[in-house]
Design a protein around this ligand. Structure first.
Ligand SMILES: [Zn+2]
Length: 147
């Protein structure tokens, strides 16, 4: 590059400060200003690391929150009747549907239907509502019917 003071081609320009202006100059023009020592470099990584670390923590926190929300959705928040899975099976059998039939109507895998009927997992709310609609039966715990 060229010396910003005199314009001669320089191989290894030196950064100097002249009256608040930083210039890259050749060795012959270095005397016109104050050479800027590469002091900020060791300080910079330290200053850089903290925000990066903070950002990483923030990203991790967001990820965890998302995970929790997904899990929550997956589990479902509706309170189901204690015998909800039995109700699914009985209603399905009353309609003379095979687990495959129900799976197709739910747009789910057969294994999901089998898991539901086995009470193996708490389906998402959307799936509970779909089941109730398809089977015309109530799967949620009815507070009025308690005791
Ligand atoms: Zn020069």
């Amino acid at each position: 590059m060229r010396c910003e003071m005199c314009g001669t081609e320089v191989e290894a320009p030196v950064r100097i400060r002249i009256e608040g202006t930083v210039l890259s100059v050749g060795p012959e023009c270095e005397k016109f200003g104050t050479r800027i020592e590469p002091v900020p470099t060791p300080a910079d990584p330290g200053r850089m690391n903290r925000p990066v670390g903070a950002a990483a923590t923030r990203v991790g926190g967001t990820g965890r929150r998302l995970e929790e929300r997904d899990l929550y959705t997956e589990i479902g928040e509706l309170e189901l009747a204690p015998d909800w899975s039995k109700r699914v099976r009985l209603a399905r059998e009353a309609l003379a549907w095979t687990p495959d039939d129900l799976a197709k109507k739910l747009n789910e895998k057969r294994s999901v239907v089998l898991k539901i009927e086995g009470g193996g997992f708490h389906p998402p709310d959307a799936l509970v509502r779909k089941l109730e609609r398809l089977l015309k039966t109530r799967l949620r715990a009815d507070p009025a019917a308690g005791a």
